[in-house]
Design a protein around this ligand. Structure first.
Ligand SMILES: Nc1ncnc2c1ncn2[C@@H]1O[C@H](COP(=O)(O)OP(=O)(O)O)[C@@H](O)[C@H]1O
Ligand SMILES: [Mg+2]
Length: 561
């Protein structure tokens, strides 16, 4: 257009008809240019939400497939953490960067094509700088990613400090101990370490990009001078100067953006690979559950079962053999850390034995469907959950598919478990939202434990496992629970872990665990007669002061000054 004006000298010789197609083309390009980014933005915003829902729920669904033991391993927690770090954003950024790089590459090629016609030397400038610059950016992206990958455990530490400092569970103790400045210091140390590493990377990016900008600008300028000389010599036109001047700066810019977005897109693929790495985690083949679903009678047999927590040097259970008859009440006693909780978690198939076998009704657990089996187990966990839900839901979760919204059934269970009065006295009865994250009403630990017990009874289970169910209960509440116990455990196999000898009298048999091994087994009378560990523990319980006098070790205890 410019050349048309300039060549013909005056505007009069250029008719409107002759420039109309050019004007129209320019108009169309401008409209597309204005609307395309907005349209793209609209589409990606919409897509982002869909992708987000899809990926986050897929991550959770996949996590559900993995064995509980997977979550005990810090290495696996890193995998999970990386998979959960804004995965949808990574996808969307990949799409955006890929889109950008395509746009900028096309723009670069297009501008280069125009400029080559005017000055072929431009290619000589483009090629030697563009490739190393792309390499530089890719290296930088990779370093950023590697750093982020390495950082996951420390990131988890920062998250942990935040939860300690602001979480309800720890807040009171942290305040009283005045731990806040100390923990905040640790948090800050980590964050400043991240910042310092990031600063070095920012500096690298800045210096590299500046160098590229400087070198290419100088090179383009030299070529520009050559173009001017060519115009003076009449080889090129004035229109060429205008086009060349405008196009070179745009070319430099779009080349820079093309390279940045290309390496940006590649960087996102690294993060997406993290997600794939998590999805690749499969339950080990031997841990896959079978499909058999026989009627559960509740007979359990453990044969030479050993188990160690991953990464732990000592075995939590060593060569444990145990037979629990259908309908029997078996008590497990032992010191803290003897392996009682581990044992019952293995029975509930939450962990898989390292060696040995567990049979239910004579069928190897591996052949049974784990989901089916677990449906038939009622479990009061030692560290029971306190669901931020209504009181009714806290019970219904014991068998939610059957009980959610079944008010009458819930009341019946609460009555049997002896907590109907407790719930009725709450501000909104069964509909009282419990816990202080979302509600106004909280319970004492003992009251929560009563709910956990009711939840276990909500299941129509053949096997009932109670792991220190009275640990937080008052003497009165414990008494009431065990008065009901006969009724509650009728027709069920019950395994009861308890430190309170008063409650052990309801057991048909007692198993004594010590350092992960079964050391004694029998009725209360039999075990007393054996005069072994059980008898010693019982003596301690009955006559703590007398035992202290007899125990030589206790004399070594000196009062603190
Ligand atoms: N999640 C775990 N990871 C590693 N070791 C554990 C874990 N849970 C328990 N242990 C260890 O296993 C042993 C048995 O623990 P546990 O079964 O909880 O004992 P108990 O219930 O008899 O007090 C202990 O030595 C304890 O340190
Ligand atoms: Mg325990």
């Amino acid at each position: 257009l410019i050349n048309a004006f300039v060549h013909d000298g005056t505007a009069a010789t250029v008719t409107l008809e002759s420039v109309l197609p050019w004007l129209f083309l320019g108009f169309a390009v401008t409209i597309v240019e204005a609307l395309a980014p907005l349209t793209a933005r609209f589409c990606t915003d919409r897509l982002h939400d869909d992708v987000n829902i899809r990926i986050t729920s897929d991550v959770l669904a996949h996590a559900e497939q993995l064995e509980p033991i997977f979550f005990e391993d810090p290495h696996n927690r890193n995998l999970l953490d990386r998979a959960q770090q804004s995965p949808a954003d990574r996808f969307m950024r990949f799409i955006a960067e890929a889109q950008n790089s395509l746009t900028h590459i096309l723009q670069t090629v297009f501008l280069a094509a125009i400029l080559i016609v005017i000055e072929p030397l431009i290619v000589l400038v483009l090629a030697p700088f563009a490739l190393p610059y792309l390499f530089f950016h890719w290296r930088l992206s990779k370093r950023r990613y590697d750093e982020e990958y390495r950082r996951t455990p420390q990131r988890r530490w920062t998250g942990y400090f935040v939860s300690l400092l602001t979480g309800r569970e720890s807040l009171a103790e942290v305040r009283l101990l005045n731990l806040s400045p100390f923990l905040r210091g640790k948090f800050r140390d980590l964050m400043t370490r991240f910042r310092d590493i990031d600063r070095a990377l920012y500096w690298r990016s800045f210096t590299g990009s500046s160098l590229f900008a400087l070198v290419t600008t100088v090179a383009f300028y030299l070529i520009f001078v050559r173009v001017i000389i060519n115009v003076i010599n009449g080889i090129l036109t004035v229109g060429d100067i205008a086009v060349f001047g405008a196009a070179t700066s745009r070319l430099r810019f779009s080349l820079e953006l093309a390279i940045r977005s290309l390496s940006g897109a590649l960087e996102q693929t690294l993060y997406i690979a993290n997600l794939i790495e998590f999805f690749r985690q499969k339950p080990a083949p031997r841990k896959a559950s079978g499909t058999l679903q026989p009627a559960c009678r509740g007979e359990i047999r453990m044969k030479n079962v050993s188990f160690a927590y991953p990464g732990s040097a000592a075995a939590a259970l060593r060569d444990v053999s145990l037979h629990v008859r259908a309908g029997e009440t078996l008590a497990i006693v032992g010191e803290n850390g003897a392996g009682k909780t581990t044992l019952v978690k293995l029975i509930a198939r939450l962990y898989e034995p390292d060696s040995g076998s567990i049979e239910f009704d004579g069928i190897d657990a591996g052949a049974l469907s784990t989901a089916y089996l677990q449906k038939h187990i009622g479990f009061v966990f030692q560290d029971f959950a306190r669901y931020e839900a209504t009181a009714g839901e806290n019970i219904a979760y014991g068998d939610w598919e059957r009980l959610i919204g079944r008010q009458e059934d819930l009341e019946e269970i609460a009555r049997i478990a002896g907590i109907d009065k407790l719930i009725s006295a709450m501000p909104a009865g069964y509909h009282t939202q419990l816990g202080r994250l979302f509600g106004k009403h909280d319970l004492s630990r003992g009251q929560w434990q009563k709910l956990a017990i009711a939840r276990a009874f909500a299941r129509d289970a053949a096997v009932l496992i109670l792991d220190e169910p009275a640990a937080s209960l008052s003497v009165q509440a414990e008494y009431e629970l065990f008065c009901r116990f006969r009724e509650l455990s009728r027709g069920r196999t019950t395994i009861l872990i308890s430190h309170r000898f008063s409650t052990l009298s309801i057991a048909d048999r007692i198993v004594v665990l010590d350092k992960g091994a079964v050391v004694e087994c029998g009725t209360h009378q039999e075990l007393i007669a054996r005069a072994g560990l059980y008898a010693r523990l019982y003596r301690l319980h009955r006559h703590p002061l007398k035992s202290m006098a007899a125990d030589k070790d206790s004399r070594k205890i000196v009062p603190l000054k």
